[in-house]
Structure formats: structure tokens, C-alpha cells
Design a protein around this ligand. Sequence first.
Ligand SMILES: Cc1ncc(COP(=O)(O)O)c(C=O)c1O
Length: 432
Amino acid sequence: MTTNDELFARAQRVIPGGVNSPVRAFRAVGGTPRFIQRGQGAYIWDAEGQRYIDYIGSWGPMILGHGHPAVVEAVQRALLDGFSFGAPTEREIELAEAIIALVPGCEMVRLVSSGTEAGMSALRLARGATGRTKFIKFEGCYHGHADPLLVKAGSGLATFGFPTSAGVPEDVVKHTLVLPYNDVAALEQAFDTHGSELACVMIEPIAGNMNFVRASPPFMTRLRELCTAHGALLVFDEVMSGFRVALGGAHSVYQQLIPGFKADVFVFGKVIGGGMPLAAFGASKSIMEQLAPLGPVYQAGTLSGNPVATACGLATLKEITKPGFFDALTARTQALVAGLEGAAREAGVPLVGDSQGGMFGFFFADELPQNYGVVMATDKERFNRFFHGMLQRGVYLAPALYEAGFVSAAHTADDVAATVQAALGAFKALRA
Ligand SMILES: Cc1ncc(COP(=O)(O)O)c(C=O)c1O
């Protein structure tokens, strides 16, 4: 048997840090990443044959769990017809129609291969459609790693940010304004100063890249008002929350909370590909018709709308649109969060959690954080020890306190009970 340690040592010789995406490296929590051999339902198995209850689900896409039979069958059938043609296929239309049917206000979509590509293209579209350059993003929101989006907050309110990554020129990010999440005053000040120059505001409406933080309804209401008043587009990055927190994504959640609410541009990924490289961005017809070949905003992709990926995405969407799917997923996720809170209480550890649909978060704190600064001030050392305690007990959580968790339809009540039991042990160990 090859061990995780052996694989990690071998990987580090040929892949930077031994991983193809940084958070997989366990840098935040320490230790050796598990090399996954296979997954089935709610479980994954590592190279050493250890089974884990999986609450990462490939960082969101696996809403049905691993190896759902209807999805496997659809992918197998599609594969036999060919991997890629670089020409239009009927399934692309079907997937576009399926997405549009679930998101009111999104009248057309373009399919791409990753959330990064979708976010980058949505930003270009917003800039092209408005003829403006500057835009706002929020601290703690991740929109993929396109250069203008890899930006840290500046030192004061309504100042422009600076690059988060080497290799991103300051010139490229000088149009990116980074504001604290859920801060109405900062938003108003930014619009006062720059309103007429703003192409868009991009937001994770329910943020999953600073654990789990919701935009408050008053903040979202004011954001919509300011965007409308100043002619800036409101871009909902639903790569994580789309088709995950509800069938209509976070957009449908805010439509219920705020009468008449509507975003202008939508960014999707993860669930719509069901685990295959597939993402999308969309908007009203008039905005989307700015895209090439109809309009002046260029955007393209060799593998965009890939026939195997669209088959996987369509089969996944078909399952999640079945009656009762989200009710069951929501109840299971709520049971998990309530169970974790109860176990923490029993062990005398402060913990607070939240969830929407199949996405959840928890914090070693007394109150739910409202922004990135507060999330990062929660007890990281405790989180890291808890993470390893859970891993040892066969539960695979995201290896960083700033990541959301995901429950799939394959997680049973027994899986949740086993997780809560493991958590009780891990919480008690924290107090030892
Ligand atoms: C909200 C959000 N936007 C964009 C992205 C980037 O997507 P991808 O990793 O597919 O490039 C992510 C990835 O986690 C995300 O969570």
C-alpha cells in the first residue's frame, strides 16, 4: 500500500506544493493531505483505504454525492459519442435552458469551463456593457483568480486595493475597490466618491470563502439601490451558492427577503457541472448580446460547453429539480449544524453555526461573524485542532477555517449522527 505521506513526497517533486490548488495542501491546518482514491455517495477513501464522511464534496459540485447512478450513466453515454467537438451541440442549449428556467432575470447564459473564467468574463462583460472600468468587490469574497479580482483591501475606506498575489501588476488592480462586507456606510461612501465610474459590484451573496457569511438584507437592499441609482451592474457570484443554497440559488433567497429584488449579472459553476469542468455567466438578453459574436465584448473557449460536462451538469440539475430535493437537503444540513452546536455545548466549547440549503459553516465564537475581519479573528488554533480531531475520526471537513462546508443528498441521518458523535469526541479533546 502506498501511504499518503509517500504520495505527498512524490507529488512535491513534480507539482508545486504537491497540489494543483493551494488549499488542498493542508497548509492552514498542518499535516499531510489525504490522496483520494475513490468516492461513493457521502464517502471518500484515501490511498491507505481510510474512509471519510465527505463534507467538502469537491468544494461544492457533488450535491448528489459521489457516483450518483443517473449521472454516471449520462456521462458514460455522452463519452461514447465523443469527448469534444468545438462545435455547438444540443445539450448546451438544454443546459442553458435549464439554468435560465431556474433563475428569473437571467435570460441568456454563456458556458465556460471554470468559475474563474466565468467571473473574469462577467467582469469584462460588465465593463464592456457600461463603458466603465472601476468596480467594487468585498473583502473575504473570492471570485476566482483572474488578475483584477486578486486584490486585498486598501488601508482606508473607498481606497483602491493592492495585489494579493505576486505577478499581478498594481496597474491591473488599480480599478478594483475592496470594501468590507455588510458595511453600508463604506458602500455609501464608495458610491459617493466613485458612483459614476463604477461598472459593477461583484458579490458572493452568501459568502462561502470566508466560511459562511450572509449579506444582511439591509446591506443587500442598499447595494441594489445604489447600483440602480448610479448605473452600476450588480453581479451575483453564485459559483458556490448557485443551485446549492436553494434551487434558485442565493438570488431566490434574497428575492424572498427583499420585494422586487433582482441582480443584473449571474456567475455560476460547481453544481451546474456536477463535478466536471463547467461554469457559466448570464444576464438579461440586452447585456448578454454585448458578447461576441453579437457584440464587442470578446469571450471564447476551446472546451466551453463540453459535451461530457454538459451531460454531467444536466443529469445533476435533473435530480435536484425533483420535488422535495431541497427540503430534504436543507433539513439534513440543519440537523448537522444543530448537532454540532449541541455537541459543542455538551463539551463546553463555544460554537455557532449557520446553513442554507446544502451549504453550512461554523465558528468557534459566540456570534455569527458579519465580515472577513471577524471571521479571521475567530479561534484558528481551535479550528485546526478540531479539524484534525475530525479527520482522525473519519470526517473530512474543509482544511481551513475560512471555507464553507457542503452536505449532499447522499448524506443520511446516520452519517449526520456519526459526524455529531465524532464532533463530541473532538470537542472534548479540545478541552483536554
Ligand atoms: C464564489 C466563487 N467564485 C469563483 C470561484 C472560482 O471557481 P473555480 O475554482 O472553478 O475557478 C470559486 C471557487 O471556489 C468560488 O467559490
